[in-house]
Design a protein around this ligand. Sequence first.
Ligand SMILES: O=P(O)(O)O[C@H]1O[C@H](CO)[C@@H](O)[C@H]1O
Ligand SMILES: O=c1cc[nH]c(=O)[nH]1
Length: 251
Amino acid sequence: MAPVRLPADSELPLLRTRVSDLADRALVVGDPGRAARVAELLDDARQLTANREYHVYSGQYRGVPVTVASHGVGAAGAAVCFEELARGGVSRIIRSGTAGGIQPEVVDGAIVVATGAVRADGISHQLVPTEFPAIATPELTIALRAAAAETGLKTHTGIVLTGDMFYPSDVITGIDHAMWQRAGIVAVEMEAAALFVIAALHGIESGAVFAIDGNPLNAADEAMDGYDPYREIVTQAVDGSLKCALDVLVS
Ligand SMILES: O=P(O)(O)O[C@H]1O[C@H](CO)[C@@H](O)[C@H]1O
Ligand SMILES: O=c1cc[nH]c(=O)[nH]1
């Protein structure tokens, strides 16, 4: 079955955006509030739609048309956003999000560029078997790493872990962060694997850059009791990673 491409005059069922209003390049973020803040950085920005967790804007960045869309928390809902953008003809998608550090040196305020993602999410296995790797487009990864280095913030590059569990249950811990630390995983988040897999299946480009908002193992806080992503040090890294994502999106 060839990847679906929708006609320009159709509307994406859940993003509720007309295909003809989409730019060729899209920045995706989890938080609708962050999408609104990114829209303020664009010229001629206009909000196309706000349906469920999906808030969609189009505008121009450095003279290049771009779309910004929020996808919410979790790979299954985010996959709807990524799939509809691809069906609508978007050919480059970059995710800019927050993530927790897994290696001891990956701490608050740093930027992480993902080379690929561990597929510990629930949706990507239903799209293609586990043996299929979740990898970012190498050219975008290299460009994101160079852009991150320019921010002056501490940056790391490597494989991230995409999981569905943010808060562990008190019955059993669902993700063995220490094991993934031993395997060299840099950071943990919840949507990148779905993006990389869906983009690969559609034959389009994808990349991801993250602001680190904590380190559950360093803090001995796998229960995430002390989680606070709204501190100034995290906001600076979020702004830095958004700028990297936009610069590479239009490069
Ligand atoms: O900051 P965003 O892009 O939402 O990304 C991260 O933050 C959320 C959890 O707080 C998850 O969506 C995770 O992937
Ligand atoms: O999934 C996530 C996102 C941000 N920070 C974390 O620790 N985990």
